[in-house]
Design a protein around this ligand. Structure first.
Ligand SMILES: Nc1ncnc2c1ncn2[C@@H]1O[C@H](COP(=O)(O)OP(=O)(O)O)[C@@H](O)[C@H]1O
Ligand SMILES: [Mg+2]
Length: 279
């Protein structure tokens, strides 16, 4: 843990697949690391892990080996660009809720023993609103909802927010429009979502910024690198840098020691009741 014993935990979610959650996670992680923050990136897409592929790394061990007790979390962490610490997932872990008590104990202990100074933990979640996605997402202090201007993405973002709000009492969400034409387009997309949530839900949505559609981002994906590293001056990278700045300026909650353990226990238990007390 860092000097203040606080770590900002951010979940990147959005409901639909292919809308840019993993790219947002990776580029926020790299962007924050470029500012000198100590960042950990957890690949929580247990069904289709791909952070390792995006960063061009082939990890020998992953979260699965930690859960089964074959190795420690430290042994699976690999160093990404600018020193980000990446915890890779593997396919086939299944729902976190299906873990045995012993496996849950393994993962909780694994996180508690991390001897690193971490300022920010970014969790890249899977598509959909399965228990596993909801558990990871609701355990974070900040929830970023990625959305793009397609009916299915807007509907899925709404469904995600609705489940988190109605079933888990979460009220605050940060919206990040992706693959938009420009910031006006991002604002319009944000309004579309707010217009629906305002009618049906008791939530407060914030607009985090917006990321334009950018061919350079695709080129970076093909080259297995983060766009903010490969093309720092392209439109998407500039937009990411603005989002990173906002994220960095938002203070971490004044929570106590052992937040990481607290967080991971909640994931493993699927417990929603203690979220507010984490703040
Ligand atoms: N801002 C963007 N501009 C251009 N293409 C994008 C952008 N964001 C995402 N993409 C494309 O969408 C694909 C899926 O993105 P990814 O981050 O893997 O989505 P998810 O994690 O939501 O499934 C990327 O490989 C890339 O080709
Ligand atoms: Mg993904």
């Amino acid at each position: 843990m860092n000097g203040n014993n606080t770590v900002k935990v951010i979940a990147v979610s959005g409901g639909k697949g292919g809308i840019g959650k993993s790219n947002v996670s990776v580029n926020l992680a790299v962007g924050l690391a470029k500012l000198g923050r100590s960042v950990m990136l957890l690949d929580a897409d247990l069904g289709m892990a791909n952070i390792d592929i995006m960063l061009g790394i082939q990890p020998e061990y992953d979260l699965q080996h930690v859960i089964s007790g074959q190795c420690t979390l430290e042994e699976v962490i690999f160093d990404g660009p600018f020193g980000i610490k990446v915890i890779p997932a593997s396919t086939g872990i299944g729902k976190m809720a299906d873990l045995s008590v012993e496996e849950q104990g393994n993962i909780i202990r694994a996180f508690d023993d991390i001897p690193l100074d971490i300022d920010v933990l970014i969790i890249d979640t899977a598509a959909g609103i399965s228990n596993s996605v909801i558990n990871f997402t609701k355990s974070a202090q900040e929830i970023f909802v990625v959305v793009c201007d397609e009916p299915a993405s807007i509907t899925d973002a709404y469904s995600l927010i609705k489940v988190l709000n109605v079933e888990h009492g979460i009220k605050s969400f940060q919206i990040l429009p992706n693959m938009v034409k420009d910031s006006d387009h991002g604002k319009k997309l944000f309004r579309k979502l707010v217009n629906v949530t305002d009618i049906y839900l008791d939530v407060s949505l914030g607009l985090l910024g917006s990321i334009p559609m950018d061919e350079k981002l695709r080129a970076a994906v093909r080259n297995q690198s983060a766009v903010v590293e490969a093309y720092p001056h392209c439109a998407a990278s500039i937009a990411f840098q603005q989002v990173v700045k906002r994220v960095d300026e938002t203070p971490a909650p004044a929570s106590s020691t052992g937040y990481m353990q607290f967080f991971i226990e909640k994931i493993a238990r699927g417990d929603s009741s203690s979220r507010e007390s984490a703040k």
